[in-house]
Design a protein around this ligand. Structure first.
Ligand SMILES: Nc1nc2c(ncn2[C@@H]2O[C@H](COP(=O)(O)OP(=O)(O)OP(=O)(O)O)[C@@H](O)[C@H]2O)c(=O)[nH]1
Ligand SMILES: [Mg+2]
Length: 190
């Protein structure tokens, strides 16, 4: 699989926008706050600072569109479902995400449901999986921050994830080291 050659930030939206109706397909990165959605996009494209990421949960506040190799949009969504976020912020983000996935008529090719490989699947992740299924979106599961696990822990987590997401492809990834990148790029573009 060839590496991504170009990536540029196009715009951030908070509601309806002409970009949603473009023919260019979208790949959306969804998941709880702080699981590493923004970091994963940076790491997949090989640009450290394309997307702002932060150790403070709630970093991403808009639905951000990045044009990848002139042919697909990576869509970085805000996160929610994180205990340390204020209830009002989380609710606002929840509504925005629901709208994008359920009602915006976005040209979504695939969703990437990211979760924390160490924390494992949380109630939120399962709810998000249900939402993706009910809104008709195809998705893969990525357990990010796999650099925090040893082999044995990873094997154990793989079993748990297979139990919860039996109909979906599951990948371990590390946005920190880039381990797992080839397989994910192959899945998204191959
Ligand atoms: N060890 C490790 N840390 C990571 C990895 N990916 C992200 N992080 C860290 O996790 C924190 C959150 O990363 P973000 O990419 O901002 O997470 P996000 O899901 O975009 O968060 P929101 O925008 O708040 O929803 C940052 O401190 C990152 O450096 C990884 O693969 N391994
Ligand atoms: Mg983010």
């Amino acid at each position: 699989m060839e590496p991504i050659k170009s990536a540029q930030f196009i715009k951030g939206i908070v509601g309806t926008d002409p970009i949603l109706l473009e023919k260019i397909p979208q790949i959306a990165f969804v998941g709880r706050s702080n699981v590493g959605k923004s970091s994963m996009i940076n790491s997949l494209v090989g640009m450290r600072n394309l997307v702002k990421s932060s150790s403070t949960p709630g970093r991403t506040k808009e639905i951000n569109f990045f044009l990848i190799d002139e042919k697909v949009y990576f869509v970085d969504l805000p996160g929610y479902g994180y205990a340390k976020l204020s209830a009002s912020h989380a609710e606002k983000m929840r509504k925005m995400i629901m709208w994008y996935l359920e009602r915006s008529e976005a040209n979504l090719k695939k969703a990437v449901l990211i979760l924390d490989a160490q924390a494992g699947p949380k109630e939120f992740d399962l709810q998000m999986a249900d939402l993706l299924v009910s809104s008709g979106h195809d998705f893969i599961v990525v357990a990010n921050k796999a650099d925090k696990l040893n082999q044995k822990e990873m094997a154990k987590m793989a079993k748990i994830l297979e139990g919860k997401f039996s109909n979906h492809k599951i990948f371990f990834y590390s946005a920190k080291t880039g381990k797992g990148k080839e397989m994910i790029l192959e899945e998204l573009f191959g």
